[in-house]
Design a protein around this ligand. Sequence first.
Ligand code: GN1
Ligand code: MG
Length: 362
Amino acid sequence: MEKEKYLNILSHFSLDEKPLDVKPFGNGHINDTLLVTTDSGKPRYVLQKINHNIFTDVDMLQNNIRIVTAHIKLKLTEAGETDIDRKTLTFLPAEEGKFYWFDGENYWRVSLLIEDSKTYEEVNPQLSYEAGKAFGRFQSMLADIPEGTLGETIPNFHNMEFRLKQFEDAVKDNAAGRLSKVGDLVDEIRSRAKAMCVQEDLYREGKLKKRINHCDTKVNNILFDKDGKVLAVIDLDTVMPGYVLSDIGDFIRTACNTAAEDEADLDKIKVNLDIFKAYAKGYVESAKDFLTPLEISLLPYGGRLLTYMQTVRFLTDYLNGDTYYKIHFPEHNLQRTRAQFRLLQGLEEKADEMDEIIKSYL
Ligand code: GN1
Ligand code: MG
């Protein structure tokens, strides 16, 4: 029985309470997540099966997370904060001093459930401002981790040149025989390719440096308390060094969209500039101690970039025959691609307005 299987997995972790029940939890595209209720009568732990086809170096993954969470706890302590265990994730030890357990086939990890917290799939300007401050602060707290300390848990994760190379390979292979259905999208992607690799160019010219980013700054990766105050930034798998625009970009991509990431009715997809304005304000406030003026001027571009990147990634997966993202129906990745592309067009239309907003914060 499934439950027995999970309880057996949990027996390899050192837990203070006895696990009794396990239920599916959350809606990530990558890992399988379960909520564990204990003999206290309450849900206490989060059990995850790590998708090791995607995170191939689980040791590096959990090591990064341990460094990051310890560093954040230290910074919060130094800042005199209380209730620190609810303000970042805590992973629990398994056997052999590791923070994961391998059952011979799969890798598992357990973290403490942060109680009385909630996530939002949609935000209002106030929550968006709080989220901007939280992600900016998150990056700022990690800014002094020495270069080379954290590994790239997914190499080249947000490297646009690399994503375009994967895309062109997928077009060439046409593995699922779907290319003829998406000619229009292939052209749209190619026509923007050069303009979307600005960060890689600036890095080569020595004008941008790599920074530690969260790389999945979706609204639902922030836990809020019941009063709408940020508790913790979660989903730390992709915290790694990379190009700095990731963390404003993915928030714009997910939160400024008035519709779902995979909305079928494209006319519902609009850009909510109030959300951008609020996020950018919070983000610039807490990240300005490490951001350069060049980086700040690129922030609106970051929204277009990450939306473009997601369009490319969904389409690549569609062409490859849905090997990366979990899909819920056969053409899901195509629907996702079309929705992301429509959002990109919306962001392109608002580019000047977004630049003006950022200028007003400089
Ligand atoms: C994946 O599983 P989830 O929703 O946290 C993906 C992100 C994408 C996102 C698209 C490791 O994140 O990069 O932006 O789906 N994570 C990975 O919704 O590829
Ligand atoms: Mg994620």
